[in-house]
Design a protein around this ligand. Structure first.
Ligand SMILES: [Zn+2]
Ligand SMILES: [Zn+2]
Length: 388
Protein backbone atom coordinates (compact mmCIF):
# COMPACT_ATOMS: atom_id res chain seq x y z
CA UNK A 1 0.00 0.00 0.00
CA UNK A 2 1.30 3.44 -1.04
CA UNK A 3 2.36 5.30 2.14
CA UNK A 4 5.70 7.09 1.63
CA UNK A 5 7.18 8.88 4.64
CA UNK A 6 6.17 12.53 4.96
CA UNK A 7 3.47 12.24 2.28
CA UNK A 8 -0.16 12.92 3.19
CA UNK A 9 -2.75 10.61 1.63
CA UNK A 10 -6.47 10.01 2.20
CA UNK A 11 -8.62 6.90 2.54
CA UNK A 12 -10.98 8.50 0.03
CA UNK A 13 -8.33 8.19 -2.68
CA UNK A 14 -6.50 4.89 -2.23
CA UNK A 15 -3.29 4.84 -4.25
CA UNK A 16 -1.75 1.63 -5.61
CA UNK A 17 2.00 1.01 -5.45
CA UNK A 18 2.22 0.50 -9.20
CA UNK A 19 0.46 2.05 -12.17
CA UNK A 20 0.00 1.63 -15.90
CA UNK A 21 2.33 3.86 -17.90
CA UNK A 22 3.09 4.18 -21.61
CA UNK A 23 6.83 4.01 -22.23
CA UNK A 24 8.69 5.26 -25.31
CA UNK A 25 11.03 2.71 -26.93
CA UNK A 26 12.45 3.29 -30.41
CA UNK A 27 11.05 6.27 -32.35
CA UNK A 28 7.28 5.88 -32.75
CA UNK A 29 7.16 2.83 -30.47
CA UNK A 30 5.06 3.00 -27.29
CA UNK A 31 4.34 0.12 -24.95
CA UNK A 32 2.12 -0.14 -21.90
CA UNK A 33 4.16 -1.08 -18.82
CA UNK A 34 3.99 -1.04 -15.05
CA UNK A 35 5.84 1.67 -13.16
CA UNK A 36 5.91 2.54 -9.48
CA UNK A 37 3.59 5.40 -8.57
CA UNK A 38 5.92 8.41 -8.11
CA UNK A 39 6.38 10.10 -4.74
CA UNK A 40 5.85 13.86 -4.28
CA UNK A 41 8.73 15.78 -2.72
CA UNK A 42 8.71 19.18 -1.05
CA UNK A 43 6.35 21.61 -2.85
CA UNK A 44 4.92 18.76 -4.94
CA UNK A 45 1.62 16.87 -5.08
CA UNK A 46 0.66 13.54 -6.58
CA UNK A 47 -2.09 13.78 -9.20
CA UNK A 48 -4.37 11.02 -10.37
CA UNK A 49 -4.42 11.83 -14.06
CA UNK A 50 -7.99 12.07 -15.33
CA UNK A 51 -7.42 13.28 -18.91
CA UNK A 52 -4.50 14.02 -21.23
CA UNK A 53 -4.61 15.84 -24.56
CA UNK A 54 -2.21 14.92 -27.35
CA UNK A 55 -0.13 17.84 -28.62
CA UNK A 56 1.82 18.18 -31.86
CA UNK A 57 4.93 18.40 -29.69
CA UNK A 58 4.17 14.95 -28.23
CA UNK A 59 4.23 13.61 -31.79
CA UNK A 60 7.59 15.35 -32.38
CA UNK A 61 8.98 13.75 -29.23
CA UNK A 62 7.59 10.29 -29.89
CA UNK A 63 8.68 10.12 -33.54
CA UNK A 64 11.83 12.29 -33.56
CA UNK A 65 12.99 13.05 -30.00
CA UNK A 66 13.53 16.81 -29.55
CA UNK A 67 12.51 18.95 -27.77
CA UNK A 68 12.47 16.24 -25.08
CA UNK A 69 15.72 15.95 -23.17
CA UNK A 70 16.10 12.94 -20.87
CA UNK A 71 19.31 12.72 -18.86
CA UNK A 72 20.77 15.17 -21.35
CA UNK A 73 19.93 13.00 -24.36
CA UNK A 74 17.24 11.68 -26.67
CA UNK A 75 14.08 10.34 -25.00
CA UNK A 76 14.07 6.97 -26.74
CA UNK A 77 14.68 3.76 -24.80
CA UNK A 78 15.06 5.60 -21.50
CA UNK A 79 11.96 4.24 -19.76
CA UNK A 80 10.43 7.67 -20.45
CA UNK A 81 6.68 8.40 -20.35
CA UNK A 82 5.65 11.29 -22.63
CA UNK A 83 2.50 13.48 -22.45
CA UNK A 84 2.25 16.98 -21.03
CA UNK A 85 -1.26 18.43 -21.47
CA UNK A 86 -3.02 16.75 -18.59
CA UNK A 87 -5.37 17.42 -15.73
CA UNK A 88 -6.42 15.40 -12.72
CA UNK A 89 -7.25 15.15 -9.06
CA UNK A 90 -4.84 15.82 -6.19
CA UNK A 91 -4.53 12.54 -4.27
CA UNK A 92 -1.41 13.02 -2.10
CA UNK A 93 0.49 16.00 -0.71
CA UNK A 94 4.26 16.22 -0.41
CA UNK A 95 5.86 17.42 2.85
CA UNK A 96 4.43 20.75 4.10
CA UNK A 97 2.08 21.27 1.13
CA UNK A 98 -1.09 23.05 2.28
CA UNK A 99 -1.82 25.13 -0.83
CA UNK A 100 -4.02 22.39 -2.32
CA UNK A 101 -6.23 19.73 -0.76
CA UNK A 102 -6.71 16.08 -1.53
CA UNK A 103 -9.69 15.64 -3.86
CA UNK A 104 -9.18 18.99 -5.59
CA UNK A 105 -9.40 19.03 -9.41
CA UNK A 106 -6.56 20.84 -11.14
CA UNK A 107 -5.02 21.24 -14.53
CA UNK A 108 -1.27 21.67 -14.95
CA UNK A 109 1.32 23.80 -16.66
CA UNK A 110 4.24 21.94 -18.12
CA UNK A 111 7.24 23.75 -16.68
CA UNK A 112 8.30 23.95 -13.07
CA UNK A 113 11.44 26.06 -13.31
CA UNK A 114 14.26 25.66 -10.83
CA UNK A 115 13.01 28.79 -9.06
CA UNK A 116 16.52 30.05 -8.43
CA UNK A 117 17.95 31.15 -11.79
CA UNK A 118 17.66 34.66 -13.24
CA UNK A 119 14.88 33.74 -15.68
CA UNK A 120 12.78 31.84 -13.15
CA UNK A 121 13.00 34.85 -10.85
CA UNK A 122 11.59 36.93 -13.74
CA UNK A 123 8.65 34.58 -14.24
CA UNK A 124 10.21 33.12 -17.40
CA UNK A 125 10.34 29.62 -15.98
CA UNK A 126 9.80 28.05 -19.42
CA UNK A 127 13.24 29.47 -20.29
CA UNK A 128 14.85 28.25 -17.05
CA UNK A 129 18.66 28.31 -17.16
CA UNK A 130 18.70 24.96 -15.41
CA UNK A 131 16.43 23.38 -18.05
CA UNK A 132 16.61 19.61 -17.92
CA UNK A 133 18.81 19.52 -14.84
CA UNK A 134 16.68 17.26 -12.75
CA UNK A 135 18.68 14.08 -12.43
CA UNK A 136 20.95 12.70 -9.77
CA UNK A 137 23.52 15.05 -8.27
CA UNK A 138 22.65 17.87 -10.68
CA UNK A 139 18.99 17.93 -9.64
CA UNK A 140 18.10 21.63 -9.60
CA UNK A 141 14.39 20.97 -9.02
CA UNK A 142 13.50 21.82 -12.61
CA UNK A 143 10.74 19.69 -14.16
CA UNK A 144 9.07 19.83 -17.54
CA UNK A 145 6.76 16.84 -17.41
CA UNK A 146 6.69 14.99 -20.71
CA UNK A 147 9.86 16.84 -21.83
CA UNK A 148 12.60 16.32 -19.24
CA UNK A 149 10.75 14.16 -16.70
CA UNK A 150 8.00 11.57 -16.96
CA UNK A 151 4.75 12.98 -18.28
CA UNK A 152 1.06 12.21 -18.35
CA UNK A 153 0.40 9.12 -20.50
CA UNK A 154 0.01 7.11 -17.28
CA UNK A 155 -2.24 7.00 -14.22
CA UNK A 156 -0.38 9.19 -11.68
CA UNK A 157 2.21 11.94 -11.84
CA UNK A 158 3.93 14.37 -9.46
CA UNK A 159 3.70 18.10 -10.08
CA UNK A 160 5.19 21.14 -8.41
CA UNK A 161 2.45 23.25 -6.79
CA UNK A 162 3.54 26.20 -8.96
CA UNK A 163 2.36 24.29 -12.03
CA UNK A 164 -1.16 23.68 -10.75
CA UNK A 165 -4.22 25.64 -11.83
CA UNK A 166 -7.37 24.99 -9.81
CA UNK A 167 -10.47 24.44 -11.94
CA UNK A 168 -14.18 24.68 -11.31
CA UNK A 169 -16.33 21.55 -11.05
CA UNK A 170 -18.33 22.88 -13.98
CA UNK A 171 -15.29 22.56 -16.27
CA UNK A 172 -15.09 19.14 -17.94
CA UNK A 173 -11.89 17.08 -17.86
CA UNK A 174 -11.50 17.56 -21.62
CA UNK A 175 -11.88 21.33 -21.43
CA UNK A 176 -9.42 21.49 -18.54
CA UNK A 177 -6.70 19.86 -20.67
CA UNK A 178 -6.99 22.88 -23.00
CA UNK A 179 -6.10 25.46 -20.34
CA UNK A 180 -2.39 25.06 -21.06
CA UNK A 181 -3.00 25.48 -24.82
CA UNK A 182 -4.98 28.67 -24.24
CA UNK A 183 -2.29 29.65 -21.73
CA UNK A 184 0.38 29.37 -24.42
CA UNK A 185 -1.61 31.72 -26.66
CA UNK A 186 -2.07 34.03 -23.68
CA UNK A 187 1.68 34.00 -22.99
CA UNK A 188 2.37 34.97 -26.61
CA UNK A 189 0.01 37.93 -26.37
CA UNK A 190 1.48 38.81 -22.97
CA UNK A 191 4.98 38.97 -24.44
CA UNK A 192 3.70 41.19 -27.25
CA UNK A 193 2.61 43.71 -24.65
CA UNK A 194 -0.72 42.33 -23.50
CA UNK A 195 -2.76 45.47 -24.21
CA UNK A 196 -4.33 44.36 -27.46
CA UNK A 197 -7.79 45.91 -26.93
CA UNK A 198 -8.61 47.80 -30.09
CA UNK A 199 -5.46 46.60 -31.84
CA UNK A 200 -5.47 44.51 -34.99
CA UNK A 201 -4.16 40.96 -34.72
CA UNK A 202 -3.48 38.34 -37.37
CA UNK A 203 -3.12 34.72 -36.27
CA UNK A 204 -1.38 32.45 -38.77
CA UNK A 205 -1.97 28.70 -38.52
CA UNK A 206 -5.25 27.30 -37.17
CA UNK A 207 -3.81 24.52 -35.00
CA UNK A 208 -4.98 24.35 -31.38
CA UNK A 209 -2.71 27.21 -30.23
CA UNK A 210 -3.67 29.39 -33.20
CA UNK A 211 -7.39 28.73 -32.76
CA UNK A 212 -7.23 29.49 -29.05
CA UNK A 213 -4.97 32.46 -29.91
CA UNK A 214 -7.92 33.86 -31.85
CA UNK A 215 -10.19 33.27 -28.85
CA UNK A 216 -7.81 34.85 -26.34
CA UNK A 217 -7.02 37.85 -28.58
CA UNK A 218 -10.74 38.44 -29.05
CA UNK A 219 -11.43 38.06 -25.31
CA UNK A 220 -8.69 40.65 -24.70
CA UNK A 221 -10.54 43.03 -27.01
CA UNK A 222 -8.46 42.87 -30.20
CA UNK A 223 -10.19 44.23 -33.31
CA UNK A 224 -10.12 42.96 -35.98
CA UNK A 225 -8.76 39.44 -35.48
CA UNK A 226 -7.84 37.77 -38.76
CA UNK A 227 -7.06 34.04 -38.96
CA UNK A 228 -5.15 32.52 -41.88
CA UNK A 229 -4.84 28.83 -42.73
CA UNK A 230 -5.27 26.14 -45.35
CA UNK A 231 -8.25 24.13 -44.06
CA UNK A 232 -11.78 25.48 -44.27
CA UNK A 233 -13.07 23.29 -41.43
CA UNK A 234 -10.50 24.76 -39.05
CA UNK A 235 -11.07 28.30 -40.29
CA UNK A 236 -14.77 27.75 -39.55
CA UNK A 237 -13.91 26.85 -35.96
CA UNK A 238 -11.78 30.01 -35.84
CA UNK A 239 -14.86 32.00 -36.75
CA UNK A 240 -16.81 30.27 -33.97
CA UNK A 241 -14.03 31.27 -31.57
CA UNK A 242 -14.31 34.92 -32.55
CA UNK A 243 -12.23 35.58 -35.68
CA UNK A 244 -13.63 38.62 -37.50
CA UNK A 245 -12.16 37.42 -40.80
CA UNK A 246 -10.65 34.18 -42.04
CA UNK A 247 -8.36 33.73 -45.03
CA UNK A 248 -7.78 30.45 -46.83
CA UNK A 249 -4.21 30.89 -48.08
CA UNK A 250 -4.64 28.21 -50.75
CA UNK A 251 -7.16 30.54 -52.42
CA UNK A 252 -5.81 34.00 -51.58
CA UNK A 253 -2.44 35.63 -50.98
CA UNK A 254 -2.19 35.75 -47.18
CA UNK A 255 -0.27 39.03 -46.96
CA UNK A 256 -2.51 40.88 -49.43
CA UNK A 257 -5.66 39.55 -47.78
CA UNK A 258 -4.59 40.54 -44.26
CA UNK A 259 -3.64 44.05 -45.40
CA UNK A 260 -6.88 44.46 -47.33
CA UNK A 261 -8.98 43.26 -44.37
CA UNK A 262 -7.29 45.81 -42.13
CA UNK A 263 -8.10 48.84 -44.27
CA UNK A 264 -5.11 48.55 -46.60
CA UNK A 265 -2.43 48.65 -43.93
CA UNK A 266 -0.75 45.89 -42.02
CA UNK A 267 -1.90 44.69 -38.62
CA UNK A 268 -0.40 45.69 -35.28
CA UNK A 269 0.39 42.15 -34.17
CA UNK A 270 0.93 38.75 -35.72
CA UNK A 271 0.76 35.58 -33.64
CA UNK A 272 2.56 33.00 -35.80
CA UNK A 273 1.37 29.48 -35.03
CA UNK A 274 1.91 27.64 -38.33
CA UNK A 275 5.61 26.88 -38.29
CA UNK A 276 5.54 27.13 -42.10
CA UNK A 277 8.95 27.89 -43.67
CA UNK A 278 7.71 31.15 -45.21
CA UNK A 279 5.75 32.19 -42.12
CA UNK A 280 8.22 34.68 -40.65
CA UNK A 281 8.66 36.60 -43.89
CA UNK A 282 4.92 36.67 -44.44
CA UNK A 283 4.36 37.87 -40.88
CA UNK A 284 6.93 40.62 -41.44
CA UNK A 285 4.89 41.80 -44.43
CA UNK A 286 1.57 41.47 -42.60
CA UNK A 287 2.43 43.86 -39.75
CA UNK A 288 2.44 47.61 -40.12
CA UNK A 289 5.58 49.66 -39.46
CA UNK A 290 6.59 49.26 -35.82
CA UNK A 291 4.42 46.16 -35.48
CA UNK A 292 5.16 43.11 -33.37
CA UNK A 293 5.38 39.42 -34.23
CA UNK A 294 5.28 36.53 -31.80
CA UNK A 295 6.58 33.17 -33.02
CA UNK A 296 4.89 30.27 -31.21
CA UNK A 297 5.74 27.51 -33.73
CA UNK A 298 8.87 26.48 -35.53
CA UNK A 299 9.76 24.95 -38.90
CA UNK A 300 11.93 21.84 -38.97
CA UNK A 301 14.68 23.48 -41.01
CA UNK A 302 16.55 26.75 -40.80
CA UNK A 303 14.84 29.27 -43.03
CA UNK A 304 16.07 32.53 -44.59
CA UNK A 305 14.56 35.67 -43.04
CA UNK A 306 14.26 39.09 -44.70
CA UNK A 307 16.15 41.01 -42.03
CA UNK A 308 16.31 44.23 -44.07
CA UNK A 309 12.50 44.39 -44.05
CA UNK A 310 12.48 43.93 -40.26
CA UNK A 311 15.10 46.63 -39.68
CA UNK A 312 13.70 49.15 -42.16
CA UNK A 313 10.27 48.89 -40.59
CA UNK A 314 11.26 48.74 -36.92
CA UNK A 315 9.53 45.41 -36.46
CA UNK A 316 9.77 43.48 -33.20
CA UNK A 317 10.09 39.70 -33.29
CA UNK A 318 9.56 37.54 -30.18
CA UNK A 319 9.93 33.81 -29.67
CA UNK A 320 8.01 32.09 -26.89
CA UNK A 321 8.48 28.73 -25.32
CA UNK A 322 5.36 27.23 -23.78
CA UNK A 323 3.34 28.99 -21.15
CA UNK A 324 5.34 31.40 -18.94
CA UNK A 325 4.41 34.19 -16.53
CA UNK A 326 1.41 32.34 -15.08
CA UNK A 327 -0.49 32.86 -18.34
CA UNK A 328 -2.44 29.65 -17.74
CA UNK A 329 -4.17 31.27 -14.76
CA UNK A 330 -5.34 34.14 -16.94
CA UNK A 331 -6.47 31.70 -19.63
CA UNK A 332 -8.38 29.62 -17.06
CA UNK A 333 -10.11 32.82 -15.84
CA UNK A 334 -11.41 33.48 -19.35
CA UNK A 335 -12.50 29.88 -19.72
CA UNK A 336 -14.29 29.66 -16.38
CA UNK A 337 -16.09 32.92 -17.23
CA UNK A 338 -17.07 31.30 -20.54
CA UNK A 339 -15.52 34.12 -22.55
CA UNK A 340 -14.84 31.51 -25.22
CA UNK A 341 -15.59 27.84 -25.68
CA UNK A 342 -12.26 26.04 -25.93
CA UNK A 343 -14.04 22.68 -26.33
CA UNK A 344 -14.62 23.61 -29.99
CA UNK A 345 -11.07 22.39 -30.68
CA UNK A 346 -11.61 19.07 -28.85
CA UNK A 347 -12.73 16.44 -31.35
CA UNK A 348 -12.09 12.93 -29.96
CA UNK A 349 -11.66 11.02 -26.69
CA UNK A 350 -10.14 7.53 -26.36
CA UNK A 351 -9.34 5.30 -23.37
CA UNK A 352 -5.74 5.54 -22.09
CA UNK A 353 -5.23 1.90 -23.17
CA UNK A 354 -5.93 2.98 -26.77
CA UNK A 355 -3.22 5.65 -26.84
CA UNK A 356 -1.71 4.38 -30.13
CA UNK A 357 -5.10 4.80 -31.86
CA UNK A 358 -5.50 8.25 -30.33
CA UNK A 359 -2.03 9.20 -31.58
CA UNK A 360 -2.88 7.96 -35.06
CA UNK A 361 -6.02 10.14 -35.07
CA UNK A 362 -4.00 13.18 -33.98
CA UNK A 363 -1.10 12.55 -36.37
CA UNK A 364 -3.08 11.65 -39.49
CA UNK A 365 -5.95 14.02 -38.63
CA UNK A 366 -8.40 11.15 -38.99
CA UNK A 367 -11.99 12.47 -39.14
CA UNK A 368 -10.58 16.03 -39.08
CA UNK A 369 -9.21 15.43 -35.59
CA UNK A 370 -7.84 18.51 -33.84
CA UNK A 371 -7.44 17.91 -30.10
CA UNK A 372 -7.54 14.24 -29.18
CA UNK A 373 -7.85 13.37 -25.49
CA UNK A 374 -7.19 10.10 -23.67
CA UNK A 375 -8.73 9.19 -20.31
CA UNK A 376 -7.82 6.46 -17.85
CA UNK A 377 -11.43 5.97 -16.79
CA UNK A 378 -14.94 6.76 -17.93
CA UNK A 379 -14.43 5.82 -21.59
CA UNK A 380 -15.29 2.25 -22.55
CA UNK A 381 -12.50 0.30 -24.22
CA UNK A 382 -14.12 -0.36 -27.58
CA UNK A 383 -15.62 3.01 -28.18
CA UNK A 384 -14.26 6.29 -29.34
CA UNK A 385 -16.17 9.38 -28.38
CA UNK A 386 -16.41 12.13 -30.94
CA UNK A 387 -17.05 15.48 -29.36
CA UNK A 388 -20.29 17.11 -30.39
ZN1 LIG B 1 1.62 20.93 -25.89
ZN1 LIG C 1 15.38 28.37 -13.38
Amino acid sequence: MYAPAGVKTSRDYPIPDNMKAWVLGDPGELSLREKPVPVPKKAEVLLRIDAVAICATDLEIIYHGPPALIRGGMPHNQNFTPGHEYMGTVVALGPAVDEYRIGQRVTVEIHAGCGQCKRCREGMYTACHNYGLNYGDVDKGHRANGFTTDGGFCEYQVNNINTLVAILDAMSDEEATLVVTAGTAMYGLTELGGLVAGESVAVTGPGPIGLLGVAVAKALGAQPVILTGTRDNRLRIGRDLGADHVVNVTKENAVEAVRRLNGGKGVDYVLECSGAPNAVNEAVRMVNRGGKICLAAFPHQETPVDIAEIVRNNIYVYGIRGEGKSATHRAEAFMSQKRFDATKVHTHTFPLDDLPTAIRYAKDRVEDAIKVVVKARGVSAAQKVAAE
